[in-house]
Design a protein around this ligand. Structure first.
Ligand SMILES: *Cc1c(COP(=O)(O)O)cnc(C)c1O
Length: 407
């Protein structure tokens, strides 16, 4: 398979030379295409795309995503503030925190974002503090088999918080008692959901619960659309998903008696494939059993392989022809730090550039300074030009907040 050597006509090799390695490169056009594919697939319903900011939260990327017509889902005050700085109005930001203190909720209310309530104690605090004056969304956890004909959702490991669907009676009681204004219901069933039918299971739970809330403005189906990680892997068929979910949604709206908005929160789907992480081979060494390639990066820059065995396709940008061999690509961190295990790569020499694909989502945002290493630069390719959107860190950045006391 021919692997990309250029993005929008710009050679990745040139970028590595101009900006150094390791380097995150994002294809802005790909991000816009992904947004457009969702807008097209869901064109039969009033859709709002709330991009899951945590996937990639660099300001210029947020700006681009907003320009393409998406809004934001934030999971921290920091993400809300980045969104505001990127020009997204508070009214278009949904705040979906997990078990945060009430001071954070108050700050978010002050800013003017919609709160997605993920626990009964929080719902009660909101009722006591704001009564009916605040419009909120409630995050339901659909994992648990509920009474009636509510369906069980397939258990996805990333779907963690929210209020159990079994506690609907308690939710309703609090809503009644404090006259809480519920504008939306939300489920996020997890990540890497491939099948439209699986997605609809979460939807059916929403539809059924929604009948108990007369003042809704929207239903939020969460994120988790799957992208392809390797040539053999497959992605969610968005056209099919859009059709199936939109049809079910419109049927629901008729029953509900009013047209609601359909919200989705894609993270990975918008930015994963747009990202390329360029690293340089610093050493090629053979053990009795394996060929190792050491690179000028590691789990401090891309933790997904070590954190959840994520697969990132990898190729030798400097040598795309001829013989191949099996290599295990490892980082420089003093821990087991494997980026790719036993992959066929065109013969690697010291100094060659390797590219990890699908590096846009949960790459840079999960990076750290572990081992006192510096975070890489980021480049956004937009309208055929390479824009540096984040400088490479310098040693001084490690000292920034430190106070060295005299002992
Ligand atoms: C992480 C997250 C998403 C996005 O998940 P992806 O798998 O990146 O699409 C959406 N909604 C919520 C609430 C999340 O926490």
């Amino acid at each position: 398979m021919q692997q990309p050597s250029h993005i929008q006509g710009i050679a990745l090799e040139t970028l590595a030379k101009d900006f150094g390695t390791p380097l995150y490169v994002y294809d802005g056009e790909k991000i816009v295409q992904q947004i457009q594919s969702l807008q097209t697939a869901f064109s039969a319903v009033p859709l709002r795309i709330k991009y899951a900011t945590k996937a990639l939260s660099s300001l210029s990327v947020l700006r681009l995503i907003r320009k393409a017509g998406a809004e934001l889902d934030a999971v921290s005050i920091g993400e809300i503030k980045l969104g505001l700085l990127a020009g997204c109005p508070a009214s278009e930001i949904m705040y979906t925190p997990s078990g945060v203190g009430f001071d954070e909720i108050q700050e978010a209310v002050q800013i003017g974002v919609m709160i997605n309530v993920d626990s009964l104690p929080l719902l009660e605090m909101i009722g006591q503090t704001y009564g009916s004056s605040l419009k909120i969304c409630i995050r339901l956890n659909p994992h648990i088999l509920a009474g009636g004909n509510l369906k069980i959702s397939v258990g996805h490991k990333e779907s963690k918080f929210g209020i159990s669907i079994e506690q609907l009676p308690e939710i309703l009681e609090l809503v009644q008692r404090y006259q809480i204004s519920v504008a939306g219901l939300h489920v996020h069933t997890g990540s890497d959901i491939y099948d439209a039918e699986v997605f609809l299971k979460g939807g059916n739970i929403l539809f059924e619960a929604a009948m108990l809330f007369p003042d809704l403005r929207f239903l939020d189906f969460g994120g988790g659309f799957k992208v392809a990680y390797s040539p053999e892997d497959s992605a969610t068929d968005i056209t099919q998903l859009g059709k199936v979910v939109s049809t079910a949604f419109q049927t629901f709206c008729e029953k509900y008696g009013r047209q609601l908005e359909l919200w989705i929160e894609p993270g990975k789907y918008l930015v994963s494939e747009a990202g390329y992480f360029i690293v340089k081979a610093t050493v090629v060494k053979e053990s009795p059993t394996l060929h190792f390639v050491g690179v000028d990066s590691g789990l401090n820059h891309l933790i997904r392989p070590m954190m959840y065995d994520a697969y990132h396709d990898i190729y030798n940008l400097s040598n795309q022809e001829g013989a191949t061999a099996s290599y295990t690509v490892v980082g420089y961190i003093c821990e087991t730090d494997t980026l790719a295990s036993q992959r066929q790569l065109h013969v690697v020499k010291e100094g060659d550039l390797l590219v990890l694909k699908n590096a846009g989502a949960y790459g840079f945002t999960m990076s750290s300074n572990y081992n006192a290493r510096l975070r890489p630069a980021e480049v956004l390719i937009w309208e055929g030009k390479a824009h540096l959107i984040r400088k490479r860190e310098q040693f001084e950045d490690l000292l920034h907040n430190q106070i060295s006391i005299d002992l």
